[in-house]
Design a protein around this ligand. Structure first.
Ligand SMILES: [Zn+2]
Length: 456
């Protein structure tokens, strides 16, 4: 992507990007505070947290809740105590709680009435007028081969202690810092039995009108391979899955999407492209492999209920999966080891994925809100395009970036800085897709907004 910097920008560190070869003149404007936080993430802490989680023997949803050393009860109390430890360094801004609810038997994956508890740590934003919320989540529960087996050893090191350790590590590093918007660190329950915990939180968010601008789900993010059957290794990429056509849209939104060819431009996909740009700016030796589908075949995750409730949400997942180490009883068959054991994880790789999450969340939470009422003029037949927008509420932006790409291009190709609230450029609206994002003086960008056609 070609970036046109505003005059006031002083790029702190300039580096060549890992962008495709057709891009020239790429350079990064890194915020030193964010870069420092990314580098504070510790592979040793991630390893320690996963060892601890694996040590609970099983974290199955229907497992023991009273033992101090085994089962889902002990595991969630430990996660809560870790968050509480970090809360002590947060100047009173990190609050920790169980988000409890009951699930009735469904004759499938829930055999008895059971109380589930998400563990939620909320880092309150410094600006009380800013109601934006960014959620980063992972699931605590694990499973063996039989989804109803609540007693066998089910370490779930990769699925999904890796994600939980990532969320804990972000809470440790970020809760010492200040952000204008609120950040929610969510450790979900009941994922393997049917996404119960994330569904509960997403529905609660919807009914309480929470302004969730992004939800980042991390599920199976700890192994760089080799994969079970193709033996691929990859510690340089992570996949980010995002839905194309939104699971939830109004009739008006659906009509605009069909009319203007925006099948590839859902809010979740804007978030995914944003992650690619920001994560690759801050994390060395990691590129984001954007997967343009909501999840893998036959699989789902905790981002899905957020999508269903209209929130932008994506899933991080390692580059290649090993099915011998997922949803498998720990056992030897011949000389082949099955089971989701910690020995197959790569903590330096997990650290980079944690960095990708942190950089995205920090950049977003420090940025101004997105511009409002972004429109594209369609009243005249012209090869020029005029875009107009209003300033967001809250912190005032330094200016705006207009993003441009060909309709067939997967990611934004040009980024033009505009000081005003409108722009007219010689790019035909018929041939390009546009978006507008706010940018503050330090260069933090908001999420981009796709304009709505207006004949006024
Ligand atoms: Zn999982």
């Amino acid at each position: 992507m070609r970036i046109f910097f505003p005059k006031g920008f002083l790029p702190i560190i300039l580096m060549l990007s890992a962008a495709p070869a057709f891009c020239q003149n790429n350079f990064f404007n890194r915020d030193e505070t964010i870069y420092k936080m990314v580098n504070e993430i510790s592979a040793d802490t991630l390893r320690y947290d996963i060892e601890k989680l694996v040590g609970f023997k099983t974290r199955h949803t229907l497992s023991n809740t009273t033992s101090e050393i085994e089962g889902i009860g002990a595991a969630r109390r430990w996660v809560k105590s870790q968050f509480e430890k970090y809360a002590m360094n947060s100047n009173g801004r990190l609050s920790v709680s169980f988000d409890s609810f009951f699930v009735e038997p469904d004759n499938r994956r829930i055999t008895r009435r059971v109380e589930l508890k998400n563990v939620i740590a909320t880092l309150k934003g410094t600006d009380s007028t800013d109601n934006r919320i960014v959620v980063v989540g992972a699931h605590l529960d694990s499973r063996a081969t039989d989804v109803l087996d609540s007693t066998s050893f089910a370490p779930g090191a990769d699925d999904d202690a890796s994600g939980v350790a990532l969320v804990l590590e972000l809470a440790r590093v970020m809760s010492k810092m200040e952000f204008t918007s609120t950040i929610v660190f969510a450790v979900f329950s009941g994922e393997e039995q049917g996404l119960f915990g994330s569904k509960h939180l997403a529905e609660k968010a919807k009914s309480n009108n929470w302004n969730i601008i992004a939800m980042l789900n991390n599920d199976i993010v700890g192994s760089s391979g080799p994969s079970s059957d193709t033996f691929l290794k990859n510690n340089l990429e992570v996949r980010v899955f995002s839905e194309g056509i939104p699971s939830f849209e109004t009739d008006f939104e659906a009509r605009i999407r069909k009319m203007t060819g925006l099948e590839n431009d859902s809010k979740s996909r804007q978030l995914a492209r944003y992650i690619k740009e920001i994560a690759e700016r801050y994390v060395n030796q990691l590129s984001i492999n954007l997967i343009y589908r909501s999840d893998r075949f036959l699989r789902g995750g905790d981002h899905t209920p957020f999508n269903m409730n209209g929130f932008p949400a994506v899933r991080f997942c390692e580059a290649n999966e090993n099915y011998d180490h997922q949803h498998q009883n720990v056992r030897m068959v011949g000389n082949k080891q099955y089971g989701d054991l910690i020995e197959f994880l790569d903590f330096e790789y997990l650290k980079k994925i944690a960095g990708a999450n942190l950089a995205t969340i920090a950049n977003l939470s420090l940025a101004c809100d997105s511009p409002r009422n972004v429109i594209i003029e369609v009243k005249d037949l012209t090869n020029f395009t005029t875009l107009r927008w209003e300033r967001p509420k809250g912190k005032i932006p330094y200016g705006f970036f207009v993003l441009i790409r060909k309709t067939s291009a997967p990611i934004w190709e040009k980024k033009i800085f505009v000081k005003d609230n409108s722009v007219t450029i010689p790019y035909s609206k018929d041939n390009f897709i546009f978006a507008v994002q706010s940018v503050d003086e330090q260069g933090h960008e908001s999420l981009p907004v796709i304009p709505v056609p207006s004949s006024k």
